[in-house]
Structure formats: C-alpha cells, structure tokens
Design a protein around this ligand. Structure first.
Ligand code: SAM
Length: 203
C-alpha cells in the first residue's frame, strides 16, 4: 500500500474511533488514556499517595490520568519529544535508555517508588516483526530499570508487541516478578500486535 493511502486510512480510522471522540470530550491528549484506564480498572493498581514514573509519556494522556486519579501523587514523565505542561507532573525531555536519564529519574524520587508505567514505542517501520523487536528492546530496558527503582510490592506496566521476542520478555519478567499478566485493553486496536504486560511483586 502506498504511504499516502496508509495515512488516509489512519485519518479515517481516527475520525470514526469512539476512543478518539471520548478523549477529546474528556480533555485527554490521546486515546491511549483508555488503555491505562482499563488496565487500572482490571488490576486495581493506582492508590493515593503513590509515586509513579511514566516512560514514553508524550503527548501525555497517561500522565494526565495519573495526575487526576492519584491524590498526593509524586509523578515524573519522560519522553524523547517535548510534552506540554501537565498539572502535578514533573516532565523530563530525553532518551530513557541513556544512563543519564535513569540517573535523573532515581535522583528525582530519591527513594524506591510504587509504579513504573511504560507506553514507549519506536516509530513503526511497516515491518511488524521489526517493530515488535524494536519495542521489545524498550520493554526489556524498562523491565530491568523497574527492578532497580520499585519497592518490593511495586508494579510494572508496559506495552509489549506479540512477535519473536515476546516469550523471551515474559520469561525475563517472570524471573523478576512473582505475578505476570498479559492483557489487551479494548482501546488497543484489534489489528495491532500491541498488548500490555502487568507485573506485580518483586521476587
Ligand atoms: C505511544 S506513545 C505514548 C503515548 C502516551 N502513553 C500517552 O498517553 O500520551 C510512545 C512514546 O514513546 C516515546 N519513546 C520511544 N522511545 C523512547 C525513549 N528511548 N525514551 C523516551 N521516550 C521514548 C515516543 O517518543 C512516543 O512519544
């Protein structure tokens, strides 16, 4: 399919998408918010007073949701792309995979935290297998990082694509966490390989 035909299809999908319409009505920056909302409603993760890092946060709907739903939260968001100010959220622009970014995150919290959420994804290439490998690398990096920053009862939530690295990532998650679940929210498009991994309790 030609590139302009793909983007026309994308525009049509967006126009007719109920989650896009709802996110506009509710003042969220992206339809992605409903993925986190569904995950939270199913797995009952967020509680008042929690500290949470949002990895790959732009344009910011997950951070908006965290800020609205956790009272007295300590929230940090990072993305390669600039994010407009979000009330109650400290924002860093940078590459999460770099050591300097990880150091900044540790320094900002100054202690172990409750939740790591990652919706990080590399730009899609059109090759679904390559896309799943690229995003899988980000997921593994976030998983290993969560081991260093979460307290023992902490939770790690990350985007993961079905594909050649899927099983390997699940095995690594099971080495680190006692509870590992895979979930595809209804807001995650059916024709995408996207799923979410929800891990609880460090081993
Ligand atoms: C699907 S979007 C996130 C949407 C977001 N959850 C929201 O609700 O608005 C994926 C994001 O991951 C970011 N990303 C990809 N690689 C990254 C990296 N190495 N460090 C930080 N952010 C990254 C991209 O810039 C992109 O903004």
């Amino acid at each position: 399919m030609k590139k302009n035909k793909i983007s026309k299809n994308w525009i049509n999908k967006q126009k007719n998408d109920i989650f896009v319409k709802q996110s506009k009505l509710e003042g969220y920056k992206s339809r992605a918010v409903y993925k986190l909302k569904e995950i939270n409603e199913k797995f009952k993760i967020l509680k008042n007073g929690m500290s949470v890092i949002d990895l790959g946060a732009a344009p910011g709907s997950w951070s908006q949701y965290l800020s609205k739903n956790i009272k007295n939260a300590k929230l940090l968001a990072i993305d390669l792309t600039d994010i407009e100010e979000i009330e109650g959220v400290k924002i860093i622009t940078g590459d999460f995979t770099e050591g300097a970014s990880k150091k900044k995150i540790h320094e900002y919290f100054g202690r172990k935290i409750d939740v790591v959420v990652s919706d990080m994804a590399k730009n899609t290439t059109g090759n679904k297998n390559l896309d799943s490998i690229n995003t899988g690398e980000l997921c593994i990096d976030a998983l290993l990082f969560s081991k260093t920053i979460l307290h023992p009862k902490g939770v790690f939530i990350s985007k993961i694509f079905m594909g050649s690295t899927f099983e390997e990532i699940i095995d690594s998650a099971k080495d680190i966490f006692k509870e590992v679940n895979i979930y595809k929210p209804s807001a995650s498009r059916k024709d995408s390989k996207e799923n979410y991994i929800i891990c609880k309790f460090l081993k």
